[in-house]
Write a protein that binds this ligand. Structure first.
Ligand SMILES: CC(=O)SCCNC(=O)CCNC(=O)[C@H](O)C(C)(C)COP(=O)(O)OP(=O)(O)OC[C@H]1O[C@@H](n2cnc3c(N)ncnc32)[C@H](O)[C@@H]1OP(=O)(O)O
Ligand SMILES: CCCC(=O)O
Length: 446
């Protein structure tokens, strides 16, 4: 213990001293999600007059970043983002952020083979008696970053929960270059609204397909979280969890006795995830809880690992789908909304798991700020839309009007099925467009 304490003291510096290692042209990795580095970020923003062309690699922003706010013209820092939240979207709109197309399971490999990490700035929990800094809610790809980073700076947050893990969920003091004590910087609280009537209807269709012993993956956004809350109120038993993102509704499901992880072939008894974002209820649940296991993303999202768990069920949200089943879950046309994350990883893995199933769930319409309704089921995707899930990968599609399975179906069958779950106000127009595009069966008299 004394040895690690001495090493800690030798590496402890002020935030200003730590960020003085940054040079113009450097690539810096900030942690993403709830454990970003607010203290280092503020110190780095003070160096704006002397730094140019510094590339920040991060995303899933849950708090604003001083380096962006202090550099409105983007002359000094560029924000490169693997997954956007409302904050990142604001930077994108200002012309300050760029999206980095990512298949999340592969991110540790991109870091090792295709990226430069001059400086890693990562927020951690206080050092334990063995010299370890726990990564708390965001394990993701930070082991890979640490393996290649030229300089590692940790920002200690006294409020960070201690995550149990499989591996890759801590950094050791011996590999760190600088330590900055951030004090009590808290964790962003990400709450999710209560399920709407539409969510409840969609959940009822998914619930019909769930069985005791299923292993769940819920995606990002309001809808999957709402479904989790509905599952908590169901009578399902012995569910397991092998997911990318952990959200509050998993705590609801555990507390309601739905999740035991007893029947999982891999990591039995443990709820497996790679990052968590929610409210204090979730952070308290993770803290020192051996029922939870945080793993790097190339474990959680790896197709061979995930599909080796029987009855894996993935439940994710989407922005729009075309009549042949191509799904866009990350942009509106060329305007990025979020990112691919691990959606395709899990859509594919769930289908390939023995007894597994994948569900893409969305409301039939999107209502814009002026109150106009837009169908999410469209003849073609909006020009510029990103295909997150190619059409052969898509299995169940669910709206508040029903649930259809697209696997093994011809384009005319897909069009028929998807129109049957579109909002009634758009069905006639969809049929007319399907006819023009050659997706409508000739023998269907209309
Ligand atoms: C982190 C992970 O990867 S977990 C594993 C699975 N991964 C994924 O599923 C990744 C892809 N999926 C996603 O990113 C999300 O599930 C989404 C974007 C589909 C839905 O997320 P939510 O947070 O529920 O979206 P929400 O309904 O709040 O909409 C987000 C924004 O998109 C806008 N938007 C949504 N649909 C549309 C649409 N059809 N047209 C225009 N804008 C739209 C909303 O207005 C909102 O914009 P604003 O906040 O700037 O006003
Ligand atoms: C949530 C996805 C994060 C990433 O792709 O880096």
């Amino acid at each position: 213990m004394a040895e690690w304490v001495n090493e800690y003291k030798g590496k402890l510096v002020s935030p200003e001293k730590a960020v003085s290692v940054v040079k113009s042209g450097d690539w810096i990795r900030y942690t993403f999600g709830v454990n970003t580095v607010p203290v280092l970020d503020k110190a780095l923003a003070l160096r704006i007059p002397e730094l140019y062309d510094v590339q920040i690699h991060a995303g899933v922003s849950m708090r604003p970043h001083a380096i962006i706010d202090a550099d409105p013209k983007g002359e000094h820092f560029t924000w490169n983002c693997t997954h956007m939240t409302g904050i990142d979207r604001k930077y994108f709109k200002m012309g300050r952020a760029y999206y980095m197309p990512t298949k999340y399971s592969e991110e540790p490999r991109y870091i090792k083979e295709n990226s430069i990490v001059d400086v890693l700035m990562v927020q951690v929990a206080p050092m334990d008696k063995h010299g370890n800094f726990n990564l708390g809610p965001t394990i993701s790809h930070y082991r890979a970053c640490a393996d290649v980073a030229k300089t590692i700076i940790v920002e200690v947050n006294e409020d960070m929960p201690i995550a149990h893990g499989g591996y890759g969920h801590y950094l050791h003091v011996s590999e760190v270059d600088y330590i900055v004590e951030g004090g009590h910087t808290g964790l962003p609280q990400v709450s999710s609204p209560n399920p709407t009537e539409v969510d409840e209807k969609i959940a009822s269709y998914v619930l019909e397909e769930l069985r005791d012993g299923d292993c769940l993956q819920l995606g990002i956004g309001r809808m999957p979280n709402a479904l989790g809350k509905m599952i908590a109120q169901s009578s399902l038993k012995d569910l397991g969890v092998h997911t990318e993102m952990l959200v509050d509704s998993y705590v609801d499901m555990v507390e309601a006795g739905r999740i035991t992880n007893r029947r999982k072939q891999r990591d039995p008894g443990r709820l497996v995830y790679t990052f968590a974002a929610g409210t204090q209820k979730l952070y308290d649940f993770i803290d020192n809880n051996p029922q939870c296991a945080g793993y790097p993303v190339d474990y959680t999202n790896d197709r061979l690992i995930a599909c080796s768990i029987d009855n894996l069920v993935s439940i994710n949200n989407a922005i729009e789908i075309d009549l042949t089943g191509q799904v866009c879950s990350e942009s509106k046309g060329s305007r990025m909304i979020s990112g691919a994350g691990g959606q395709l990883d899990f859509v594919d893995s769930a289908y390939n798991s023995k007894g597994g199933r994948s569900f893409l769930c969305f409301s039939s319409v999107y209502t814009d700020k002026e109150g106009n309704k837009h169908s999410r089921i469209n003849p073609l995707l909006t020009l510029g839309a990103v295909v997150t899930d190619t059409r052969p990968t898509v299995q169940f599609v669910v709206t508040e009007y029903g649930k259809v399975c697209l696997k093994g179906n011809a384009t005319w069958q897909r069009a028929e099925k998807l129109i049957s779950i579109a909002h009634p106000d758009f069905r006639e127009e969809l049929i007319r467009e399907a006819q023009k595009l050659g997706f409508w069966r000739q023998s269907n008299k209309r």
